[in-house]
Structures are given as C-alpha cells and as structure tokens.
Write a protein of this length. Structure first.
Length: 87
C-alpha cells in the first residue's frame, strides 16, 4: 500500500484487488505486488512468461512502458523507484 491506494493479493487464486487509484488491468497470474510512495508494480506469470504491470505517478516508478522486464524474477522497491532482478 501507499498513500493513494491499497492492493490485496490473493495468492491462492493468483489475482489481486486494488482500491484507490488503480488501473483497469488484468491481475490474473499475479504472484507479487511491490509499492513505492506513489506507484505499484505487479509481477505476473502468464503462459509461462513473467510480465509486469506498473501504475501510479511516473516520477515514482509508475510508468514502465519503455522497460524490458523479460527474465524478471523479482522486483525490489524503495520510496521512489523499482529495480528488476533478472535471471
């Protein structure tokens, strides 16, 4: 969670529910959720491939449209940014 939204991960179902400033995203296959002060990243497994959904303020990591997350296995976050660990 952060000051603007809260995300609840249902690991047994592989999905998430978002309250507050949330995207109209498909959270199916979600395995982990990470947050910064004003953004979120959801790590998903779709058809055997890892994918990422980002949302929130871009200055805090909410815009990852130009980032290649191929091979990402974990994400770390701090107040302002995210970093992806790849195989």
């Amino acid at each position: 969670s952060n000051d603007y939204a809260f995300v609840a991960l249902k690991k047994d179902l592989g999905t998430a529910i978002c309250y507050g400033g949330c995207p109209r995203a498909d959270f199916s296959g979600t395995t982990d959720i990470y947050s910064s002060a004003r953004a979120f990243v959801a790590l998903k497994r779709d058809l055997g491939m890892w994918t990422v959904v980002c949302w929130g303020q871009s200055a805090y990591g909410g815009d990852c449209s130009g980032v290649d997350f191929g091979g990402t296995t974990h994400i770390y976050s701090n107040e302002y940014a995210f970093v992806a660990l790849k195989k």
